[in-house]
Write a protein that binds this ligand. Structure first.
Ligand code: PLP
Ligand code: ZN
Length: 417
């Protein structure tokens, strides 16, 4: 790893070699990858990045991997200019960062897993696994299948059926735990320790988290090497949001993008909003909550990186927004009907949060914002059944069409379009 300096404790600053370590032995703080930025500065340029294939590996100097093993088509998802949605929200420039079409498993998790899986191979893990609210399980299982690695994914017992199938299809061991995500995570920590398996979001977490920075890199590059005024990110375990901030800072420090850093805002469902509550209450560390929300992929009551989210949001001048299940589903509908993008409730949470921030005057009408849509609606289609109108039933003949539909269009009989 040419540019990796090592691992560093996020709390006390202690240094460690870049191995399969994830907590500081001094203070139990989380470990982060650090780089030799001086060396990166002379190795990287806008032109070099632009000349590379459209995947997250185009930013390889800023990722902790020598040789990517998987994820060759992950990342570099579309940044969609959302003009109809912008008009609806009353904001000048709105973009959707559309990870609902990430490869291979249609969520932002393909970014973090590409890095964690490559690292798992390099570190010699014989089994790859994770604790998941659904999307991570699918991604870990898919990448393990490609790599031929035995795989165990652990999920709460009450996930959406398509999420379970979306992991099981790759033939991992799927273990459904009677409990919520926080119980699953605790169990997996013990298993990782006892069995020596590589868990993407536990003992490989320092590397996994680095993959999330690529969302920020892509936003800046796809905007023409500039920053937006605002970014709205969902928060569950708290991996993504702080790494979006880290990614923007790295691009700024390396001289790849000039200008002020974006304000980065956190969106959570009201039924699982420990981070937003901490932001509003002026706390440094979120108080754990018991999740109860339709946005199951965001149902984490005790986020591993919650304190980092709180700190980064405040540093950028961002805010938190929590939204009801009803607002989440309204936003899923709104995104679909204005921009043709079908997201799951996690994406609905982010868009509803963005909308609330506009209504509160935090995001202003003349500004630009990027809404991070991190998951795909087809995996949770059942949440929208009640809201979608049934098809109009007609018989086979043209007369049937005219009787049921044509007659209501005010087109005179026999008129040609
Ligand atoms: C679709 C989706 N969006 C966002 C998140 C939140 O991610 P993080 O744990 O990085 O906060 C998750 C996973 O937990 C997810 O599945
Ligand atoms: Zn420490």
């Amino acid at each position: 790893m040419r540019f990796v300096a090592g691992l560093k404790c996020h709390v006390c600053g202690a240094s460690y070699p870049p191995e399969a370590l994830w907590v500081c032995s001094e203070c139990l703080g989380p470990l982060e990858v650090t780089y030799d930025y001086a060396a990166i500065r002379s190795a990287i340029s806008r032109e070099a990045i632009e000349s590379r294939p459209h995947s997250l590996w185009r930013y390889r100097e800023l990722l902790p991997v020598d040789e990517p093993r998987t994820g060759f088509h992950s990342g570099f998802t579309p940044l969609v200019r959302a003009t109809r949605l912008a008009r609806e929200l009353g904001v000048a420039e709105v973009y959707i960062k559309d990870d609902s079409v990430n490869h291979p498993t249609f969520s932002y998790k393909d970014r973090v897993v590409s890095v964690a899986a490559s690292r798992a191979v390099d570190l010699g893990f014989q089994v790859f696994g994770c604790a998941s609210t659904g999307n991570l399980a699918g991604s870990v299982a898919a990448h393990a299948a490609r790599l031929g690695l035995p795989c165990y994914v652990f999920i709460p017992h009450d996930l959406e059926p398509s999420k379970v199938l979306g992991a099981a299809i790759y033939r991992p061991h799927v273990v459904a735990v009677e409990g919520n995500y926080d119980d699953v995570n605790r169990l997996c920590t013990q298993i990782a320790d006892r069995y020596g398996w590589g868990f993407a979001n536990i003992n490989l977490r320092a590397y996994y988290a680095e993959g999330a920075k690529t969302m920020a890199f892509e936003i800046a590059e796809q905007l023409g090497w500039r920053f937006p005024d605002h970014v709205v990110s969902p928060v569950a375990g708290g991996t993504l949001l702080p790494r979006i901030v880290k990614g923007f800072r790295e691009f700024q420090d390396l001289g790849l993008v000039d200008g002020a850093l974006p304000k980065v805002h956190a969106a959570q469902p009201a039924g699982s909003a420990p981070v937003v509550r901490a932001l509003e209450a002026g706390l440094e560390y979120p108080e754990p909550v018991k999740p109860n929300t339709i946005a199951k992929s965001l149902a984490i009551g005790n986020p591993a990186d919650g304190f980092q989210v709180v700190a980064r949001v405040r540093e950028t001048g961002g805010q938190g927004a929590m939204v009801s299940d009803e607002e989440i589903l309204d936003a899923v509908q709104l995104l679909a009907q204005t921009e043709g993008i079908f997201t799951e409730p996690a994406g609905g949470t982010t868009l509803a949060g963005a909308r609330a921030l506009v209504e509160r005057g935090v995001i202003k009408p003349h500004e630009s914002m990027v809404v991070c849509i991190t998951g795909n609606g087809y995996k949770t289609a059942e949440v929208m059944y009640d809201r979608v109108t049934q098809p109009t039933q007609i018989g086979r003949g043209f007369a049937e069409f005219e009787r049921v539909i044509g007659s209501q269009l005010g087109v005179p009989a026999g008129a040609q379009a």
